[in-house]
Design a protein around this ligand. Sequence first.
Ligand SMILES: Cc1cc2nc3c(=O)[nH]c(=O)nc-3n(C[C@H](O)[C@H](O)[C@H](O)COP(=O)(O)OP(=O)(O)OC[C@H]3O[C@@H](n4cnc5c(N)ncnc54)[C@H](O)[C@@H]3O)c2cc1C
Length: 720
Amino acid sequence: MALTEDQLLIVESVRQFAQDWRDGGGLDDLTSDDPVPVPPYDALAQDLGMAGLGVAEEYGGAGLGLEELALVVEVLGAACFAGPFLSTAGLATRLLQAVGDDTYLPRIAAGAARFAIDPTGTGRTVLDGDVATDFLIVQDGALYHVSADDVAPTFVPVVDATRGAVDIAIDRATKLGVLPPRALNECRVLLAAELIGVAQAALDMTVAYTKDRVQFGRTIASFQAIKHRAADMMVLVEEARSALAYALQVAADNPDSDLGEGAAIALSTAADNAFKVTGDAIQLHGGIGFTWDYPLHFYFKRARAAKGWLGTPAALRAAIAATDFADEQAEFAPELAPFRAEVRGWMADNLSGAFAALKHRGGPGDEDAFPDERKVWEQQLGNGGWTSLSWPTAHGGRDASIEEQVVFFEEYAAAGGPGRSGHIGTTLVAPTLIALGTPDQQDRFLPGIKAGTDYWCQGYSEPNAGSDLSNVRTKARLDGDEWVIDGQKIWTSNAHESDWCFVVARAVEGTQGRDGLVYLLVPLDQPGVTIKPIIQMTGTSEFNEVFFDGARTADRNRVGDVGAGWKIAMATLGFERGVSTLGQQMLFRNEFDLVVRAAKDNGTYDDPLIRDRLAKMWAGLKIMRTNTIRTMSDPANAALERAALMAKLYWASWHRDLGALAMDAMGGNADRITGGELSRLQRLFMFSRADTLYGGTNQIQRNIIAERALQMPKEPRGDL
Ligand SMILES: Cc1cc2nc3c(=O)[nH]c(=O)nc-3n(C[C@H](O)[C@H](O)[C@H](O)COP(=O)(O)OP(=O)(O)OC[C@H]3O[C@@H](n4cnc5c(N)ncnc54)[C@H](O)[C@@H]3O)c2cc1C
C-alpha cells in the first residue's frame, strides 16, 4: 500500500510518540491492581490530535481508512501502548460509523471521549473500561451506548496490566442502531494489526538480545537451535502480516462483503501467532525474560488477552468452516477479466478430446502418469503461447505480469490442467538464459522449450553435495572447444524424460566450495551419460541417478564464465524458489477441495478437530497466495524481503501438513489401497514429504532466514 505523505507523517509521529512513551518507562508504572494512567492517552489524543484519525473529516477527524488505521495501531502495538487508543480511535470509531452516529464521533475526534467496547453483551470484563468515559455494547447484532457515569464501573484486575477492565451494568444502555456484521469484523482486523505490532516487537527484542548474550564463549544467536526458533518466529510474524494483507485486500475490493472470512483469517492467525512468538521470546531470553522488570511479559500477556476479546482463534476458524469454505474474495484481479476469459476459453477448447484423459493427472506423486501424452499437451500449450507467458516479448513471450500469471495458473488449475512436463525448462532454464545466457544460447534453446519439444532436468545434487551444494565433485575439463564431464549427480528429477541437463561441475582443479565451478548445458542423449531411475516412497520414479563418464558438451553451452558457476546456479535457484512455484500453489486449491470432499465422504467432516485443521489450511492457502503476490509484484521492495524469504518454507510446510490431513480426513479408509493404485490423496500424503527437502530443505531455509533476514551469525556452511 502506498501512503500519502501526510499519512506517512501521521504514522511516523505516532511511532515516535509510542517509542518515547516506551523508552520513558511507560510500561514500568503498570500493575494489575490499578487502572492504566490516562495522561499518555490524552497526550496522544489531544496534544497530538490522533484520536480522530479514523473519524470522517465532517466530524473533525482525519478520515483515514481501515488500512491506514491498521498501520497506526500496529505501531502502538509494537510499544505495547497502554491506553484506550485501539478501543476508541479504532473499534469505537468503526462501530459508530457503521450505525451512522453523529453524536459521539465528534467527541472522539476532539479527544474528549475514551471508549471501551463490550463485544459480548454481558458487561463483564470490559477491556479498556478502567479509563473509559463511554461504553459501546454489542448485543444481538445491535449497538448500544452508555456513559460511564450511568453504569458505575467496577474495576476488575486482569492479567494483562496494559489494558484494564471493568464490569458494568448494561441495563441503562441506549440502542444506537443495528450493526452490520462487517463493522465488528473490521474491529477484528484492527486487533490483528495491533497483535502484529506486539509480535514484531517481541521478535525484534529477542533477536537483539540473542546477538548480545554470550554463553559457552559465543553469542547465543550463533547457536542453530536459537536461529531456527527465531526464524520460525519471523515466519509467524510474516504469516500474520500476509493474513492481515489478505483481509485488507478483501475489504478494499468488496465494500459489500461482511468481511467474515478475511477477518477470521487475519485475527485467528495474528492471535495464535502473537501468543506463540511472545512466548518463544521469553524462552529465548532465559531467566531475564521471566522477570517483571523486563517488558516481555506485558507483550506475552497482551497477546494472551487478545485471544479472548473479539472471538477465540478456534471460534473464528469454526466460523470459516461453517461457511463450507466459501470464497469471500471476489474474483482475483477483476481488471483482468478479458485475459481470464481468454485462458478459460482456451483450456475448455483444448483440454478436451484425447487430452481430456489428462485432466488432474501427472501432478506431484503422479509423474509417471501419461508421460508421452503430457509432452504432446505441453506442445499444445506451446502453440497457444502459454509456455512462454512470463518471458519478455523479445524472447517470444507475452511479458505477463505476476497478476496475469496468477490468473493463468488459477484457470489452468480450475480446468484440471495436467502436471507440466516442461516446467523445469520454462520456469528455470528459460529465465536463467534470458537473464544470463548469450544471445546464441537464447536463440538455440528458448524455441525448443517454448514449443514443448525439448525437456530439461537439473543436475545440482550429488551423493556428497546436498544441502552443501558447493561440495560438488563432478569434474569438467576443457578439451578444445568441448567440455568433458566425469562424475555423478543424484535425485535428478525427470532426467529419464529429459533431453538436456544443466550441470554444476568443478572446472578449476584444486578449488573448493563456491570457487572454480562451471554451469554447463549438457545433452543427455550421448554414450557418456547413464540414467538410472530411483524408486521413491510412492513406488514411482520421478528422480534418477545420472552418471557422466566422459560426457561432452560444447563450450558455447557454458552459461557464464568459468568459475562463475555458483552465481548462475544461485540465480536459477532464485527462480526455483520464486515464480516457478506459483502454478503449483494454485493446484493446492484443488487438493484442498479434494481433502474436504474426502472428509465429507468418510464422515470425518463432523469432527471439530478435522474442521479446525481444514480451516487452518484454508487460511494458509489465502495467506500463501497473498504472500506470493505481494512479494513478487514488488521484488525491489526491501520491506518485503522477509516475506519473500519465508515463501519456500511456508508453502512446503503447508503442503506437508495438507498431506497429513488428507490421510486423517479419510478416516478408516486412509491406508486402504483400492484397485491396485494409490489414490491422489495417498500420493499427496507421500510426495508432500519431498517438498520440505528439494529446492533447499526446511532447515536450510531457516538458516537463510536467520542469516539474511535477521542478520544472525552465519553457519560455517549452509549453501544451498
Ligand atoms: C523429490 C525430490 C526431487 C529432487 N530433485 C532434484 C533435482 O531435480 N535436481 C537436484 O539437483 N536435486 C534434486 N533433489 C535433491 C535435493 O535438492 C536435496 O535432497 C536437498 O538439497 C537435500 O540434500 P540431501 O538430500 O543430500 O540431504 P542432506 O543435505 O544430507 O540433509 C540431511 C538432513 O540434514 C539437514 N541439514 C543439512 N545441512 C544442514 C545445515 N547446515 N543446518 C541444518 N540442517 C542441515 C537437512 O535439512 C536434512 O534434514 C531432489 C530431492 C527430492 C526429495
